[in-house]
Design a protein around this ligand. Structure first.
Ligand code: HEM
Ligand code: HEM
Length: 188
């Protein structure tokens, strides 16, 4: 009986043993279509939030002058909030997809230092995609001014720096190292 269990154990695909979460033994070479869709939809929504974020300055000025913001000004602010919450939902979806479908390994021939930087930047992006919506909600629905300050100041700067590093990394892969990293997030 113990021998049979041992045989089954040794026959299990290695990545089930290592990660305990993937359903197939074939290595993951690319992101799935759903992972790619979530990635690029997130990019569009983040872009939208950077554009629509500027409306809050105008709202502050109107309120500081004792006026009432017009619906024209409130709509972009509401859309900013909904889009930010959608980013958070997409992030949770993305983490679930990553857990069940896996993700391609960092290219093995990439220098170890850059492998580490890529992992840190990805981790930082995941973190900021949680912290940005949470701090925005804390300001908008909780009335916490400090959260608004952090959202529009340090967090905004941090996510911008991370995105810049991330895009620079993707471009270096594509044009300098000439790897297929960009393709696995585009054509697959
Ligand atoms: C990843 C998601 C998000 C991004 C990238 C983002 C980005 C931004 C940006 C760029 C600004 C303008 C900062 C400036 O004045 O230069 C801003 C302001 C603001 N956002 Fe977001 N945002 C996100 C999610 C949210 C969510 C979910 C909410 C609310 C439900 C929200 C509420 C606000 C508020 C209230 C402000 C004004 C803060 C203040 O100046 O006190 N944001 N956001
Ligand atoms: C708002 C902007 C962006 C955010 C928040 C973002 C976020 C992320 C995250 C979190 C990952 C890691 C996926 C994982 O392994 O779980 C990733 C992967 C990737 N992103 Fe982005 N991304 C952004 C913009 C871009 C842009 C503009 C490009 C192309 C120039 C790009 C190309 C890629 C590629 C190629 C990968 C796969 C990297 C790999 O396989 O090691 N991303 N992105």
């Amino acid at each position: 009986m113990q021998g049979a269990a041992f045989i089954i154990w040794t026959q299990l695909p290695t990545n089930i043993l290592i990660k305990g979460k993937k359903m197939s033994s074939s290595p993951v070479l690319s992101y799935s279509i759903s992972q790619r869709a979530v990635h690029w939809l997130t990019v569009l929504l983040v872009l939208f939030n950077f554009i629509s974020g500027s409306v809050f300055e105008g709202l502050k000025e109107v309120r500081a002058a004792g006026g009432t913001p017009t619906p024209d000004m409130l709509l972009p602010a509401q859309l900013h909030a909904f889009s930010g919450i959608a980013i958070l939902v997409l992030l949770i979806t993305r983490l679930c997809l990553r857990y069940f479908q896996g993700a391609p390994e960092v290219p093995a021939d990439e220098p170890p230092f850059f492998q580490l930087v890529a992992k840190l930047v990805h981790g930082g992006l995941y973190l900021m995609l949680i912290l940005m919506p949470v701090s925005g909600m804390a300001k908008m629905y909780g009335g916490i001014d400090l959260a608004g300050f952090i959202h529009a100041g340090p967090f905004k700067l941090a996510i911008l720096v991370l995105i810049a590093l991330h895009v620079a990394g993707a471009l270096v892969h594509q044009f300098y190292w000439k790897t297929d990293v960009l393709r696995r997030m585009t054509r697959g």
